[in-house]
Design a protein around this ligand. Structure first.
Ligand SMILES: Nc1ncnc2c1ncn2[C@@H]1O[C@H](COP(=O)(O)OP(=O)(O)OP(=O)(O)O)[C@@H](O)[C@H]1O
Ligand SMILES: [Mg+2]
Length: 303
C-alpha cells in the first residue's frame, strides 16, 4: 500500500510528532511505500492529493492534527486515515465536553467547575485544585493552586491560552494509563502506572530521559485494575473513539478512581506509553502500526 504519514504540524507537540512520524515510517516501510508529509509544508494539500495514498497515518499530536480538523480534511478528500473520526477527535480535544459526556454516562471524572471569563468563582470543593484550559494538551497552561490568590493568577494565565477554562478538584493518588485498540471490537492493553518526581506528569516528565518511569504491571490490586479497564472501555465507547486511544486515570488510596484525560493520538515515540503497553501484550511496534492502518481502512469502509 501507499501510506502517507502526517507528522510535524504547528502544535506545541510538533517535536514529539516528528519523532513519532519517524518511528512509524521506519516500522511501515518494510511492507509499504511510505511518504512523510508535514502539514506546515508549502503546498501540503496539493502534495497529499497527488500522492494518492491508500491510507494516511496521522502521527500529529495536539492542535489541528488531533482535534478533528485534519480528519475532516481527509474525509472531504475521501482518503482513509488512522485513529478516531472527526467527532470523537473534536470531543476528546475539549476536556470540558469530554467530562460532560463522562458525567452523562456515570463514568467518574474529577468534580469540576467551568470558569466564565473575568469572573473568579467560589469553589464547590476545597483547595488544592487544578486550573486547566479546555483545549490544550501537553500540560500547557495547567496549574495546581493552593489558595485563592494562586487561583486567580492561574485563571488569567489559562484564559490567555484558551477561551474555555475550568477548575478541577485535585485528586491525590496513583496515576495509570490504559490504551485501547479497536473499532467496534476492542482490545484493552495492559495498564501502566506512571511515576514521576515532578508535581505533574508534564512535558518534561513524559519526554525527557528519566523524567518518568513506566511500571508494568502497576503496583495496584487486580480488582482495581479490572475496574479501571472497565471505565477505560466505557470511556472509549461513550466518546466514540476508534483506532486507538489512551486514557489517563487517577486511583486514590481508598480505591476510588477518576478518568482524567483521553488522548486520541497518543505518542508513537520509542518511550511512549501506548507502544510500551502494546509490547507487553505481545504486539510489536510494527504490528501496532499495521493494525491501526487496518482499523482505519475498516472505519472508512475500505476494508
Ligand atoms: N485533577 C487532577 N488531580 C491530580 N493531578 C492532576 C489533575 N489534573 C491533572 N493532573 C496531573 O497533570 C497531568 C496533566 O493533566 P492532563 O492530562 O489533564 O493535561 P494534558 O495537557 O491533557 O496532558 P496530555 O495531553 O499531555 O496528556 C496529569 O497527567 C496529572 O499528572
Ligand atoms: Mg493528559
Amino acid at each position: 500500500m501507499k501510506i502517507v504519514i502526517l507528522c510535524g504540524g504547528d502544535s506545541p507537540e510538533r517535536d514529539v510528532s516528528l519523532v513519532s512520524g519517524e518511528a512509524v515510517a521506519k516500522a511501515l516501510s518494510r511492507k509499504h511505500r511510505v511518504f512523510k508529509l508535514d502539514p506546515v509544508e508549502k503546498n501540503f494539500a496539493e502534495k497529499l492529493i497527488s500522492l494518492k495514498p491508500d491510507c494516511v497515518f496521522i502521527a500529529l499530536h495536539g492542535g489541528k492534527g488531533e482535534n478533528g480538523v485534519i480528519q475532516g480534511f481527509l474525509e472531504t478528500l475521501n482518503i482513509p486515515y488512522t485513529g478516531s473520526g472527526v467527532s470523537a477527535s473534536a470531543i476528546c480535544m475539549n476536556k470540558i465536553i469530554t467530562k460532560k459526556i463522562l458525567c452523562f454516562h456515570n463514568i467518574p471524572t474529577p468534580d469540576f467547575l467551568i470558569v466564565q471569563p473575568d469572573s473568579f468563582p467560589s469553589l464547590p470543593f476545597p483547595f488544592p485544585c487544578v486550573v486547566k484550559p479546555a483545549n490544550l494538551g501537553s500540560t500547557i497552561g495547567i496549574s495546581i493552586v493552593k489558595n485563592e490568590r494562586e487561583m486567580k493568577t492561574a485563571i488569567k494565565k489559562a484564559f490567555k491560552l484558551d477561551r474555555n477554562v475550568f477548575i478541577e478538584k485535585f485528586i491525590k493518588g496513583k496515576e495509570i494509563t490504559i490504551g485501547i485498540i479497536g473499532n467496534e471490537k476492542i482490545e484493552v492493553l495492559p495498564p501502566i502506572e506512571i511515576r514521576t518526581r515532578r508535581k505533574l506528569y508534564d512535558y518534561t516528565a513524559k519526554y525527557k530521559k528519566g523524567g518518568s518511569v513506566h511500571i508494568i504491571p502497576p503496583e495496584i490490586n487486580k480488582k482495581l485494575l479490572d475496574k479501571a479497564k472497565e471505565y477505560a472501555t466505557e470511556t472509549y465507547k461513550a466518546l466514540g473513539c476508534s483506532g486507538c486511544a489512551r486514557m489517563e486515570i487517577i486511583i486514590q488510596d481508598n480505591g476510588k478512581m477518576f478518568i482524567l484525560d483521553v488522548n486520541t493520538i497518543p505518542g508513537f515515540t520509542p518511550v511512549s506509553l501506548l507502544p510500551d503497553a502494546a509490547a507487553h501484550a505481545g504486539i510489536s511496534f510494527e504490528e501496532l502500526c499495521e493494525k491501526l492502518i487496518t482499523l482505519g481502512l475498516e472505519r472508512c469502509g475500505k476494508n
